[in-house]
Design a protein around this ligand. Structure first.
Ligand code: ADP
Ligand code: FRU
Length: 298
C-alpha cells in the first residue's frame, strides 16, 4: 500500500534549550572572565537531528515532551520546520544545557540539567499512527531504556503485519550500561566513539568488529569518530569508512554527531550506498563544525 507521504520520518528524543557561551579559551575555574558571545539555541539530540532532516526537505515529526516556561515559545519557534504536533506539553521547566565553546578549537563542553521532565511512555507512542512513517529514529536515552524498548517492540509488531515495514534506527551515545540493551533493537545503530571506548575498544574498526556481534542479524552499525571521520559495517561485507572533511576553521562542534546521524538517515533513506552515505554525512557534519548552529546544512 502506498503511504500518504513516503518520505516522512519520526524522531523520538530530547528537545531542550542550549545556552552557549563562546569563550576565547576554555575558562579557568574560579575566575571572572568575559566570553565572546552568549546565545540561546534549541538543543537536544532528537531536536537537532530532526531539524537537520528538515533542512534536507524531509517531512519530519519530533515526538518529545515539551517543557514549559519562558524558553518554551523560543524553542518551538526555532523548530518551526519540524512538526511538533505529535509532541506533548508538560508543566515542568524546559531541560537546559550550559555549553562552553572554546573558540580556539570549537570544542564543546556540555553541562545538562533536565531530570524534572518526565520521559516518554509507551502510551505516548501508541497514539501515533505508524503507517505514516518510513523511518523512526530513537535517541537511545539511558533514563528511558525500558520505555524505548517497548516502543520498538510495538513497531516490530506493526512491521510483522505490513508489507511496508518501518526502518528503525537508534543512537547509542552515552557511557552508560543501561543503553547496551539497544544494540539488538534496531536496523541501523549509531554508536558513538565514547560508547565504543566505554566497552574498552580504542579504534572504530575494533569497536565495530566486536559490537556488531551485539546487533541483530542484518543490522548496519555506524560509528562517527570526530575529526577522524566515520566507519560503518553493512549487513554483509567489510567495514567501510570515510575521512572527515574539516572546514577552514573549526568553530562549533556542538551537535556534529546529531548532524551526522541526520545525514546518514537522509542518505540511506534515498538508497544511497553505505560508503557514499558516510562520505556525504562527513561532508555535511564537516560543514556543521565550520559554522554556528545548524541552519542551511544540506
Ligand atoms: P559528537 O558530536 O557526537 O561527539 P563526533 O565528534 O563523532 O560527534 O562527530 C560526528 C562527525 O562530525 C564526524 O564523523 C566528522 O565527520 C564530523 N566532525 C566532528 N568533528 C570534526 C572536526 N573537528 N573536523 C571535521 N569534521 C568533524
Ligand atoms: C548536542 C546536544 C545539545 C544538548 C545536549 C544534550 O548533541 O543535543 O544540543 O544540550 O547534547 O545531551
Amino acid at each position: 500500500m502506498e503511504k500518504s507521504n513516503p518520505k516522512r520520518i519520526l524522531v523520538v528524543g530530547l528537545l531542550c534549550v542550549d545556552i552557549i557561551a563562546e569563550c576565547d579559551s576554555y575558562p579557568i575555574e574560579d575566575t571572572d572572565q568575559r566570553c565572546r558571545e552568549m546565545r540561546k539555541q534549541k538543543g537536544g539530540n532528537g531536536a537537532n537531528t530532526s531539524y537537520v532532516l528538515a533542512e534536507f526537505g524531509i517531512s519530519v515529526d519530533l515526538l518529545t515532551n515539551i517543557g514549559s516556561g519562558n524558553d518554551m515559545e523560543f524553542v518551538k519557534m526555532s523548530m518551526s520546520s519540524v512538526n511538533l504536533s505529535k509532541s506533548l506539553h508538560v508543566n515542568e521547566p524546559m531541560p537546559t544545557s550550559l555549553v562552553i565553546i572554546n573558540a580556539q578549537n570549537g570544542s564543546r563542553t556540555i553541562l545538562h540539567s533536565g531530570q524534572s521532565l518526565p520521559e516518554l511512555k509507551l502510551d505516548d507512542f501508541t497514539r501515533i499512527n505508524l503507517s505514516e512513517y518510513r523511518w523512526i529514529h530513537f535517541e537511545g536515552r539511558s533514563s528511558n531504556a525500558e520505555n524505548i524498548c517497548e516502543m520498538i517492540a510495538f513497531i516490530r509488531h506493526f512491521n510483522h503485519n505490513t508489507e511496508d515495514p518501518i526502518i528503525i534506527s537508534i543512537e547509542i551515545e552515552k557511557c552508560r550500561e543501561e543503553i547496551i540493551c539497544f544494540f539488538d533493537k534496531a536496523d541501523v545503530v549509531f554508536v558513538s566513539k565514547d560508547h565504543v571506548k566505554f566497552h574498552g575498544y580504542h579504534t572504530p574498526e575494533d569497536g565495530i568488529q566486536n559490537l556488531i556481534t551485539k546487533c541483530k542479524p542484518g543490522a548496519t552499525l555506524i560509528c562517527a569518530w570526530g575529526d577522524k571521520g566515520a566507519w560503518a559495517k553493512p549487513p554483509s561485507g567489510e567495514i567501510v569508512k570515510s575521512s572527515a572533511y574539516p572546514p577552514k576553521k573549526v568553530i562549533d562542534t556542538l551537535g556534529a554527531g546529531d548532524t551526522f546521524n541526520a545525514t546518514m538517515i537522509y542518505s540511506l533513506m534515498q538508497n544511497i550506498p553505505l560508503q557514499q552515505s558516510l562520505d556525504i554525512a562527513c561532508r555535511i557534519s564537516g560543514a556543521k563544525v565550520g559554522q554556528k548552529g545548524y541552519h542551511g546544512l544540506r
